[in-house]
Design a protein around this ligand. Sequence first.
Ligand code: ZN
Ligand code: MN
Length: 476
Amino acid sequence: MSWEMVAGVEVHVELATKTKVFCGCANAFGAEPNTFICPVCTGMPGALPTLNRQVVEYALRAGLALGCDIAPQTAFDRKNYFYPDLPKAYQISQLSLPICQNGSLEIETKQGTKQIRIRQIHIEEDTGKLMHHPTQPYTLVDFNRCGVPLLEIVSQPDISDADEAIAYLENLREILLFLGVSDCKMQEGSLRVDLNVSVRRQGSKEPSVPTELKNINSFQAVGRAIRWEAARQIQVLEAGGKIQRETRRWDDANNRGIVLRSKEEAEQYRYMPEPDLPVLVIDHGWIERVQRELPELPREKRIRYQKEMGISHQQACTLTGSPQMAALFEQTAALCRNPREAAHLIAGEVARLCTETATRPEDLKVDAEKLAALADMIDSGRINRTVGKEVAERIFRLNVDPETYVAEHGLAMVSDPNVVEAAVRRVLREQTKSVADYRNGKERAFGYLVGQVMKSLKGKGDPALVHRVLHQLLDG
Ligand code: ZN
Ligand code: MN
């Protein structure tokens, strides 16, 4: 009998606010240890928290974009546990009245679109960081991260395989990026993923006891971890064993989950209402304003690019690869005559150059006006696409002016029929073997001859004209 996976995902995402959630310390990554700290975030006795309004604003943004109900009243709770990187010995979180509930996220699966329900989104604070000395028997602690605002986004157990888990995470990350609430960098820990995995026999309503997997460092590792854990549970159950409620740490290098501890029940944290923070009332006007100001989301952008601008699905996906890429495209498209030409340049050349030069989205600095001028030169036939690519690369790397560059390098398209014909005749005289091949039915020889003509025109020939003349002289 076959088995199916029943999995849920918990995502912790650090919010990109200027300051921490309950104090005025800077919220920044990579500073000297213990330089952005104060009595509040280091848990000094008597220090009182003050809620950062921007955190609530970002939580509302995420909640509304994910179709959640917003609680008219939300409250904070203390989650008590002792850990060296948690100086208060409790974390301020939300248990009884989380700020957002009952949302959903649509993903594409092999069987079509699927809704993954979101149980809740709540606000909490991050912990500090332990730094275990590599050779000496001691550990240092950096409290800079203490009090960095987090959203914990908890899905329902609606995920049935590894691909769905990855699709859910990719969509979620994309939405959070376009909302501007987090930089979602897994490598810097600003997006962290925990998995809850169980299995059940096909058709059964009763899944196994879920286990938790932590410490997963990439979306690909999520796929490996979730597959491994489901397979492990099936093996245990088929051998007549029982699944223990436990938390495992994912060891990606060795492709296995290592037991950390038997999992805590909520009661073990002795949650209690946070006495130092009042209940927060979120009035209707606030929710409506955030809803009204929600930016266009990547999925909506893709649909609009395809419908209104005639851009292919694949290019639309590349153009929404990051908020910066989408912004560059929209600025360029607005400045040039044909948005499809802008799409070719950006989804083609700019995206390729970003990969080649390992340019991060936040470092993408390409002049939209220059790209738009280039798009118009290609669209009007002043230069051909091959030359266009070369100029795009010069704009990307050296910020050249396309008009000047084309003029100085004599790159204008050669559309004079006499010049093209002379080049074709020259090539046909020289390439006797390819001509014979073509006439004997080798279609591929034609492409080679086109290439030779283009080469003799220094890459600047009008491609349509070159094709036409070549056909006339070969076939005629
Ligand atoms: Zn502080
Ligand atoms: Mn949490």
